[in-house]
Unconditional design. Structure first.
Length: 135
């Protein structure tokens, strides 16, 4: 293949604002509730999906390194929560997008709402049970 082979970037920074603890969700393994972080778990899940889809192994990145990325080396950037991220970082992500890099967000996209075509929604739905579907 022609070098460099384009790859997927996985930003691994996350904010603790994304950490949830919900005692109303009961699972067999965690009878006292569920603790998770949307950004932390989302990036790991999408890494597995990308590998199963045959994508190259990708690059693991910190938020502050995004401004050093070359859009000619990236096909996609997986973005964790941008809540509290520096404007310089958000602008660098926007610049990569404007140069053809795809974005996949797993949580808050503060500063990039226009790209994703969304607005904040403060309506919440209560989830009380997680179960498997027997087919």
């Amino acid at each position: 293949p022609q070098k460099p082979v384009k790859t997927v970037g996985f930003i691994t920074d996350f904010t603790y604002d994304d950490t949830r603890y919900d005692v109303s969700i009961k699972e067999r393994e965690l009878p006292d509730g569920m603790i998770y972080n949307i950004s932390e778990e989302g990036v790991a899940f999408l890494y597995g999906c990308a590998r199963e889809a045959g994508q190259p192994g990708g690059a693991v990145l910190k938020l502050e390194t995004v401004k050093n990325l070359d859009p000619d080396e990236m096909t996609m950037l997986v973005v964790p929560s941008l809540r509290g991220a520096d404007k310089e970082v958000v602008d660098a992500i926007r610049n990569l997008y404007n140069k053809g890099v795809g974005l996949f967000a797993v949580s808050h996209i503060d500063g990039l709402e226009d790209i994703f075509g969304v607005t904040p929604d403060n309506n919440k739905k209560m989830i009380t049970t997680i179960s498997t579907l027997n087919m």
